[in-house]
Design a protein around this ligand. Structure first.
Ligand code: VG1
Ligand code: CO
Length: 548
């Protein structure tokens, strides 16, 4: 088989963001675009992680969205030309992000390439993405992603082989050039790991007793995992997993598990003869939403509730050494950590910042306000795992899910929480807004907005406690004397203009006020967030495009 070197000119902007390189499908389809990025990755690895892919085992798969099939074949050919010895490919090119992490770790692979734009919309006019995970199973740290970007700016050729597309619909091994391609079924490996973490006997008893779950895969990657685990292994009735066939266009759904895009799940749980628990996951299966009969559980609350109940799960029977949350995530989990007397870390947004803490054993549970939670069982966030965690808690406590939430607030207080996204605003205006805030940081303390007085403000910087690396400019935090907080940052996963994220939270110790709607409880703070940053004046927007 002929290895060829094909000339290519660098593409601007191949810099991975919060979670890999994410662009419009139309951009990824430009001739040579995928190739230039993947070759930059292969070229950057020897220096960035100490070894290249030659002679190594790599894992490859994606969430099955539009263009997944083309990109997979391109990367198979390039992997062969770049000397990869073994390439493990998910059947039909499918691999959820948590399954990728499971397979890399379980098989001690060198790394893996995930094709996904996660919760972003799919289709020919939608989004696509490529992300690299290192040997611990987690997203490549910034030092690696920056090296890839750096290389992409000077790349002049990529290596590939002349070979037809490979069938990847059957579990089999084929030789292509000097490389063995093995098509694997990751569901089995993932389900086996879940059996080590949770009490499957108890979960079977729960379902035998008539407990009803509705798991909505939103026509994305987790359907086969949910069917195997909930229906086959745990005995939940067939039909427990809905929208469970992965589709390239997600069947027209937007695979973002939040009350807006999973509205039918919310209504199934809050009207009529509702199931006992509802759940959904995103495009690549790493996010989760849990829904009780009283509505969706906020992701920051969910993290805190899992932390408080961790010893009920076999995996955590000895408790937790420490926990972590991303900076904009509410401080609900901090309260649990304080009560337990364990460490609690505040990291920049993005799962890659949890990797070192998990590897070092400083933490075993962590999460983000964007509906991601996971533990040290892998190095990615994990949607199906989070649902099993909730089910295991419910099986042990034998109380309705909504009662567990209310009880948590009664014990720890409630952190009212909301995120306002202003999507697709002009990049220049968004930068102007954030720069303006940064410049005013030292003047903010003491300024009053009605009942809210700023106590302190900063531009969040993080020093990794394990390797000492510093990540600066991660968002402007504004604290108020009454314990409220506003965070402003720009998204690193959008593909159109800029997205301004405004995170609002306020602590409420009084149980008499816990049942209040978060949007009502936070209305005054929301008004402050607009005035303080002059959102209306600078962006021209009079309201957020998404409220989560
Ligand atoms: C968003 C979320 C962040 C999450 C990231 C990837 O990033 O805020 O918490 O880790 O998406 O999630 P940003 O930079 O747009 O705010 V996923 O499910 O795309 O892998
Ligand atoms: Co995702």
């Amino acid at each position: 088989m002929n290895t060829v070197s094909v000339p290519v000119t660098p593409f601007a902007g191949q810099r991975p963001g919060t979670s890999g390189l994410r662009k419009k499908v139309t951009v990824f389809r430009e001739p040579g675009y995928v190739e230039a990025f993947v070759q930059s990755l292969f070229d950057a690895l020897p220096e960035a992680v100490g070894s290249g892919v030659t002679g190594q085992t790599l894992v490859l798969g994606g969430d099955g969205r539009f263009f997944n099939d083309c990109a997979i074949q391109t990367i198979i050919r390039m992997a062969a030309a770049n000397g990869v010895a073994n390439l493990l490919v998910g059947r039909d090119g499918l691999l959820s992000t948590p399954a990728m992490s499971t397979v890399i770790r379980g098989r001690k692979a060198f790394g893996g390439i995930i094709l996904s734009a996660s919760h972003n919309p799919g289709g020919p006019d939608g989004d696509f993405g490529i992300k690299y995970n290192i040997g611990n199973g987690g997203p490549a740290p910034e030092r690696v992603t920056e090296a890839i970007y750096h290389r992409s700016q000077t790349i002049d050729a990529y290596r590939t082989i002349e070979s037809a597309d490979l069938p990847i619909d059957k579990l089999a091994s084929v030789q292509i050039g000097g490389m063995t391609v093995t098509v694997i079924d990751p569901v089995e490996e993932y389900a086996a790991l879940m059996e080590q973490i949770f009490d499957f006997d108890r979960l079977r008893t729960l379902f035998r007793g008539g407990f009803r779950l509705r798991f909505d895969a939103l026509n994305a990657v987790t359907g086969p995992y949910a069917r195997e685990i909930f229906e086959r292994r745990l005995g939940a009735p067939v039909g427990t997993a809905v929208d469970a066939d992965p589709m390239p266009d997600f069947g027209g759904l937007h695979p973002d598990p939040n009350p807006t895009y999973a509205a039918s799940l919310i209504s199934a749980l809050t009207t009529g003869d509702a199931p006992d628990l509802g759940a959904a996951s995103d495009g690549d299966g790493d996010r989760n939403m849990v829904v009780t009969r009283k509505g969706a559980v906020g992701p920051s609350d969910s993290l805190a509730i899992l932390a408080a109940n961790a010893p009920l799960i076999p995996w955590f029977k000895d408790g937790l050494p420490g926990v972590a949350r991303s900076m904009p995530t509410s401080r609900a989990v901090d309260r649990v950590a304080q009560k337990l007397g364990i460490e609690c870390f505040e990291t920049p947004t993005g799962w890659k910042y949890f990797g070192n803490l998990l590897d070092a054993g400083r933490i075993t549970l962590c999460g983000e306000e964007s509906a991601g939670t996971s533990s040290n069982h892998i190095r990615e966030k994990d949607g199906v795992w989070a649902v099993l965690f909730w089910l295991n808690i419910l099986a042990v406590r034998n109380e309705p899910a909504a009662a567990i939430v209310a009880d948590h607030w009664a014990r720890f207080g409630r952190d009212f929480y909301m995120r306002h996204d202003y999507e697709a605003i002009e990049t220049e205006r968004a930068n102007h807004l954030i720069d303006g805030l940064r410049r005013r940081i030292s003047e903010l303390p003491g300024i009053r907005f009605g009942e809210h007085e700023v106590s302190e403000a900063d531009d969040f910087a993080y020093t990794d406690p394990v390797d000492g690396s510093v990540t600066a400019h991660q968002g402007v935090r504004v604290n108020f004397t009454n314990g409220a907080r506003i965070v402003y940052r720009l998204s690193g996963t959008g593909t159109e203009g800029a997205t301004l994220r405004v995170y609002l939270e306020r602590f409420e110790p009084d149980p008499a006020r816990h049942a209040l709607d978060a949007s009502v409880a936070l209305a005054p703070l929301a008004a402050v967030s607009v005035a303080l940053a002059d959102i209306n004046g600078i962006t021209g927007r009079d309201k957020p495009s998404v409220v989560a």
